[in-house]
Design a protein around this ligand. Structure first.
Ligand SMILES: [Zn+2]
Length: 60
């Protein structure tokens, strides 16, 4: 974690960043000060995605 430099997808600053993986295969990166926020964002996205998939499965 935080082992490479890149642009933080949350604050847009150049910093040491960590990867966050989304359930749909995408990934974003955040700096250390955005990390906790990013973790919550990604988690909520993944929960929403799982719920959407469950709804689709129930329909078919
Ligand atoms: Zn940031």
């Amino acid at each position: 974690m935080f082992d490479k430099h890149g642009i933080c997808d949350w604050c847009g600053r150049l910093a040491k960043v960590a990867q966050h993986k989304y359930i749909d295969g995408l990934s974003h990166q955040s700096c250390e000060s955005c990390y906790d926020l990013a973790k919550i964002d990604v988690k909520q996205f993944n929960i929403g995605e799982l719920e959407a998939r469950a709804r689709l499965e129930r329909k078919s």
